[in-house]
Design a protein around this ligand. Sequence first.
Ligand code: FES
Length: 197
Amino acid sequence: MSALEERELQDYYEVEWDDINSELKAVLVEKKGKEESEIDRIHEEFARIIAENRGKPEALIEVLHQVQELIGFIPKAVQKEIAKGLGVSPGEVASVISFYAHFSEKPKGKYKIALCKGTACYVKGSAEIIKKIEEKYGIKSGESTDDGMFSLEVVRCLGACGLAPVMTVNGKAHGLLNPEKAINILEKYRKGEIKEG
Ligand code: FES
């Protein structure tokens, strides 16, 4: 066994899996219907990420990217292990996650809505659209619907100001919106009438 493999194995056992397991199982297996083997795959990969970055606080953002990609969200128990592994405080990990819209502590929906509240969109009524989506689906920015269908992020300028007000759904832009038009589009996604962008 190479030194790196030995180190990874040691790090694997240093990670406290119990809390992580219950958070992952509740979402991935019970809500999203994934196989339990998916959790084993996450264990191995997560242990590798921690092993490669142990004691490197400067790698925090890169590690968060990798973990967000791996799991799809960064639950509290995972944040704790990242903090321990890299040697930063749990508060620092939590504040980086809440600062960047790309990271999320809770699982995102099948359809990720990014609704622009930049200046051009705001003056053309994006606040009304946000309100309508919040009322219709019972979610606020950073949250997901209970059925896992939609998650909402309110963002600044999507770079398509000529189409204001704009939202993207899984990266696909929809512009010149009003509240009714936005809901119509989202309901088409729900029914599978618009394919993922
Ligand atoms: S302000 Fe909304 S796309 Fe630029």
